[in-house]
Design a protein around this ligand. Structure first.
Ligand SMILES: Cc1cc2nc3c(=O)[nH]c(=O)nc-3n(C[C@H](O)[C@H](O)[C@H](O)COP(=O)(O)O)c2cc1C
Ligand code: SF4
Length: 549
């Protein structure tokens, strides 16, 4: 059935996109009306249950969130810092309770303190200026440190469009396979979490015969603690567009879709300006530079759902279907958006291509470690003396990142969650044994993920942390498979009951639950949440023991 829906949604192409239309219908009131949805269903021939089922999934389309005017960030960094009570209290002085919602997360983890009003994000002390913000709707830009430790590639200053795209113009004169070989030689691995080699993914897609193919930039950076994709989209937009153009050229795809999360409103505006710039100098459109290569971009604004970062849920989302994870195979490279061959890559992975195309695959391969090549952006939260984004070579020691770059911790910290909600809980005792690369983290029993670091303060109870993780995981579960749909909910119920009564959790059953999640879940959402929970149980056994029978 969903395969047919993909075809039906694709009939109108990207220009008249079903999901886009749903978003636009929600712009005035916060949710489309039933009449609007009925009309859309008729126009796209997809049935009323589908338009209704889709819109009721998303935070910014669902009827119960209609009328929300202000949002508090409830991402892990803000929760651990305990800043959001104050934000909420202050917002209540200007808004009724039912006008205040939540967003996860606003990507202002360098301050662990954030809120959103009328399409603008604010962080930290801006809440003290709330009255003024409400009256003037003035945007406040936030500042954070961005530094390279060693070679600056992703954080290098931008020259000019003409200069920056010279390697692209040169690449267009080369055979596509030759360009692809450079990417394969670089052995650049996906930065979105799974670390899959980009060159192979491009090759799979290239090898599927189809006159319509898509390159999707996954700009749904939902991991609390991570704001490096936001940085690239807002401050280095051409690095992302360049990467998509090259990916399009080598796979023979003519369409690039940027799926940008609603929580990053500035990113979509900035990317659109960069696309307009490319248009004005003839670097997109038909027959670019007389090469026979055609490429056009489309921005799709997401509507508030963490699971849409998972690539197949993301594809369903663009199609206007309920964003449930798809069963693989077929993989997107074979059958993706509108059932066409599709490459989905993370923002940072795509941004790495400029250096590779300009300097050759070997130049990238020389950086980092044997299996994790190149550089990586690492995000530090405000518990560090120097919060910000740091570009480091893969293989850099975690101790260097924490102590030299981050300047150490401002307050007593007992652990860090590294790599998002599915990433491990790393106790301080493990700092000296880890380096920033996929292998080191996996061998140590953790996950590099997108390499964001959130600190867990000494006085933040670990059971509250577990409860928060399960709460997040159950709220964001797509619901397709029952181990995750029910298991994350049960995990949350157990942690909540243990925290709020004298109930003791049966440890054996709790481990059964974690194993069921790990082994029975369809995707890495349900399958990944046991990792941080197990780390917490291992390294904070004494603290957690009183909650278990
Ligand atoms: C629950 C979940 C959330 C994810 N969120 C993101 C995300 O926000 N951004 C992202 O690039 N990848 C995310 N991923 C990984 C994507 O499914 C996919 O592997 C990635 O976009 C591929 O790009 P890459 O190879 O460049 O990493 C997520 C995966 C899961 C299971
Ligand atoms: S593990 Fe969770 S998010 Fe993934 S498919 Fe199953 S229900 Fe959906």
């Amino acid at each position: 059935m969903s395969k047919n829906l993909s075809e039906l949604s694709g009939r109108k192409g990207l220009e008249d996109n079903l999901f886009d239309r749903m978003g636009k219908l929600a712009q005035n009131d916060g949710a489309p009306t039933i009449e609007d949805l009925d009309q859309l269903a008729e126009e796209f021939l997809i049935g009323k249950a589908n338009t209704y089922g889709t819109t009721t999934f998303y935070d910014f389309l669902k009827p119960e969130n209609k009328g929300k005017k202000a949002y508090v960030c409830n991402g892990t960094a803000c929760v651990c810092a305990g800043t959001q009570e104050k934000v909420l209290e202050k917002l209540k002085s200007q808004y009724a309770d039912n006008e205040i919602g939540h967003m996860t997360c606003l990507g202002r983890c360098h301050e662990n303190y954030a809120f959103h009003i009328a399409g603008e994000n604010y962080s930290g002390d801006a809440i003290d200026d709330l009255k003024n913000i409400v009256e003037t709707k003035k945007a406040v830009s936030d500042n954070y440190t961005v530094k390279a430790y060693g070679k600056a590639i992703l954080t290098a200053p931008f020259s000019s469009v003409q200069e920056y795209y010279k390697p692209f113009r040169k690449a267009l004169k080369k055979d596509q396979v030759e360009v692809l070989e450079e990417i394969k030689t670089a052995n650049i691995r996906g930065r979105g979490g799974a670390g899959f080699p980009m060159g192979l993914k491009l090759e799979f897609c290239r090898n599927v015969e189809n006159e319509t193919k898509f390159i999707i930039c996954n700009a749904d950076e939902g991991d609390p603690g991570a704001y490096s994709d936001r940085y690239l989209l807002e401050k280095q937009p051409h690095s992302v567009l360049f990467g998509m153009l090259i990916a399009g050229y080598v796979t023979k795809a003519s369409y690039g879709v940027l799926y940008i999360r609603a929580e990053y409103p500035d990113a979509a505006t900035i990317i659109q300006s960069a696309i307009d710039e490319l248009n004005s100098v003839g670097l997109i459109g038909e027959n670019i530079d007389d090469s026979g290569f055609n490429f056009n971009f489309k921005i799709i604004r997401a509507q508030g759902s963490y699971i849409c970062g998972e690539e197949t849920a993301l594809i369903n989302s663009i199609e206007g279907q309920r964003p449930e994870v798809r069963i693989r195979p077929p993989y997107p490279a074979e059958q993706g958006l509108f059932n066409k061959p599709t490459v989905v890559n993370n923002v940072e992975t795509l941004a790495g291509l400029h250096y590779i195309i300009e300097n050759g695959g070997n130049a990238w391969k020389k950086l980092g470690t044997e299996r994790s090549s190149g550089t990586k952006l690492v995000c530090l939260d405000s518990f560090f003396k120097n919060p910000g984004i740091y570009e480091v070579e893969m293989g850099t020691s975690l101790a260097t990142v924490i102590n030299e770059l981050g300047g150490g911790f401002k307050l007593p910290i007992k652990a860090m969650q590294i790599g998002g909600p599915l990433g491990g809980v790393v106790p301080l005792s493990k700092i000296d044994s880890l380096t920033i690369d996929f292998e080191s983290f996996a061998n140590g029993g953790f996950l590099l993920g997108h390499a964001s670091i959130i600190c867990i303060p000494e006085d933040f109870p670990m059971m509250n942390f577990i409860e928060h993780l399960f709460d997040f995981a159950s709220y964001e579960s797509c619901g397709k498979c029952f181990p995750c749909r029910l298991g994350t909910k049960r995990g949350h119920e157990l942690a909540f009951k243990a925290l709020n009564s004298d109930y003791k959790i049966d440890k054996e059953l709790f481990y059964d639950l974690l194993t069921t999640l790990e082994q029975g879940s369809l995707c890495a959402h349900g399958g990944g949440i046991p990792l941080p929970v197990k780390n917490a149980l291992t390294y904070f056994e004494n603290e957690l023991n009183p909650f278990f029978a």
